[in-house]
Write a protein that binds this ligand. Sequence first.
Ligand code: UT7
Length: 318
Amino acid sequence: MYARLIGTGSYLPEKILTNDDLSKIVDTSDQWITDRTGIKERHVVAEGEMTSDQALVAGRRAIEAAGIDVGEIDLIIVATTTPDMIFPSTACILQNKLGIPGCPAFDVQAVCSGFIYALATANSFIRSGSAKCALVVGAETFSRILDWNDRGTCVLFGDGAGAVVMRASETPGVLATELHADGRYSDILAVPGSLSHGGIKGNPYLEMDGPAVFKFAVKALGDAAESILAANGIDKHEVDWMIPHQANLRIIESTAKRMGLSMDKVVVTLPRHGNTSAASIPLALDEAVRDGRIQPGQLLLLEGIGGGFAWGSALIRW
Ligand code: UT7
């Protein structure tokens, strides 16, 4: 048995923050943000809007696109670094909102590579026969863990959610996944604070050594692309679409260049979404599926990287 992706969905909160809006909050400019990152605007949640609320809309849209009944879902995995609460998991909260008690539901925490980790996990459940129809969601509310006084980080991220339905099939959909992590780099991108005895211990906001992350991401994503293609005997020219994690246009361009892929084969949503962490890949996938760029039979290469450090890739036959 293989796992096929049979439906996608996504959600972006209504409120948009442009670079010009940000230049009224911190000492920055549209020019700096555009030149260094490629980002023009990002979406942010409304007061009281939670990660599970975003996941619910994206999930329902994916279920509708898959043309299945919600009751067919027998596994829910939510990739998130910004859960509604410490526990229960956002996946359990989502399951309740979907009204389908009983099936396994859990979160995967691998920051910006979370969707690839969740997809790989769902793929293993389906291939082993432990699940037949999985809802896999990447959903984030980074606006609540950003220090809005830190221009080095608050301009980079946005909120949103993306989802896919994966179903058991005799025809291959997910051809391969590859996951990696290197905890020696845990301090270059972190929210180091924690809850302790009723208070917050340490910084509860995102901290990042931007240049170190940049360097790591460029090398790891390039290596990961080469490695998954080589392991599966696929030539890089066979890839129809690369759907990378959307963090920085310069990182995306350099990965495409190393693969010899022209940028018109890369799905880029970063200018309008910013970095939505675990949501960025399924958001981009959904956009390219719905606007007709991705066609049946095409070969997709998905790639994610983020805090941990954790990264991974997936090859998918659409
Ligand atoms: O999902 C994975 C997570 N994140 C990433 O992949 C991000 C990876 N890193 C990056 O994308 C880039 O490192 C950044 C976009 C974050 C920063 O770009 P950079 O070219 O590496 O700049 P820098 O951090 O070396 O900073 C250069 C200058 C500094 O000023 P001085 O010290 O040269 O005077 C910063 O203070 O730019 C300044 N700066 C800003 N200026 C205007 C930093 N942030 C801003 C800002 N507006 N928002």
